[in-house]
Design a protein around this ligand. Structure first.
Ligand SMILES: [Zn+2]
Length: 281
């Protein structure tokens, strides 16, 4: 019994306060009930279902308690969940005040489906009852909307300083180029238009871009970071720009620099051609 509760609660905590997992569970339960009828009243199964239902009730109760705190606690909840979800490590926390100020969101209403509900969900003020299908759509819109707000926020003074903290901790990974000596990277979009290019990582030392290592990160929309962000960061914090090194990797074959070998080869080819001409002419 205790292990069931433990498993369930960890699954519930991994999800949004609105708990898609629990909703899915409900479907599972209904399905199991169907099977149960087919099996002509398997007592063990019935008990299991009753137990699942009891656990679900208990968890819903706990979650309701958790989310009925003061307004500011409540407001932080969706964003906390979003930031702690796997794959969202590149995002920083957008200030509540920034989201609440509608001026900052100008134009986003035409870019996001179910804009009003999505915004309510982000700010934990969604009171409307939604069916599973609609909730899923609003969830998706909320994630998209958060991404678009994020792109605007991270080029503000406050957003830049938040992202700087993440950069200092190398939250975005390090440059894979050997001669960049583990230089921390910064996320960048190749386009400011959503649904065009996924996020890339910019190395301020070699000034090149790389694909994120993890597929979870490489599927993030580049527009959630935008094309300006890393360059704006070094405009505001120029002293943090890493020193350029002119060090270059030199390709060699058996210790000889390749262009020297190539020169030698060309000379040898010429000699051979000349000798052949002399023999056959
Ligand atoms: Zn580099």
């Amino acid at each position: 019994m205790s292990s069931v509760i433990e498993n369930k609660s960890s699954a519930a905590l991994d999800n949004s306060p609105q708990n898609p997992i629990l909703i899915e569970d409900e479907e599972d339960i209904e399905e199991t009930q169907g099977q149960e009828r087919d099996l002509n009243g398997d007592v063990k199964r019935t008990r299991k279902i009753a137990l699942q239902k009891a656990v679900r009730k208990l968890l819903v109760g706990i979650l309701e308690d958790l989310t009925s705190g003061s307004d500011s606690d409540y407001t932080k909840y969706w964003i906390d969940w979003f930031l702690s979800s796997k794959g969202n490590e590149y995002f920083c926390e957008v200030d509540e005040e920034y989201i609440i100020d509608r001026f900052n969101l100008t134009g986003l209403n035409s870019e996001v489906q179910h804009y009003v509900q999505a915004l309510d969900l982000i700010t934990d003020s969604l009171e409307e009852e939604l069916d599973d299908d609609m909730r899923e759509q609003v969830e998706k819109s909320a994630r998209h909307l958060y991404g678009l707000i994020h792109a605007r926020f991270i080029i503000t003074t406050r957003g830049l300083s938040k992202m700087l903290e993440k950069y200092k901790k190398a939250d975005f990974g390090r440059c894979p180029r050997v001669l960049c000596y583990n230089q921390p990277l910064l996320p960048v979009g190749l386009s400011d238009q959503p649904y065009t290019k996924s996020v890339k990582l910019y190395c301020p030392r070699c000034e090149d871009i790389y694909n994120p290592k993890s597929t979870r990160h490489s599927s993030i929309d580049g527009a959630y970071y935008g094309s300006t962000f890393p360059h704006m960061l070094f405009q505001v914090y120029p002293h943090l720009l890493p020193p350029k090194n002119s060090e270059r990797y030199v390709p060699k074959i058996f210790g000889f620099k390749i262009h020297e070998i190539a020169k030698q080869h060309r000379w040898q080819d010429q000699q051979r051609e000349e000798q052949q001409r002399r023999i056959f002419d």
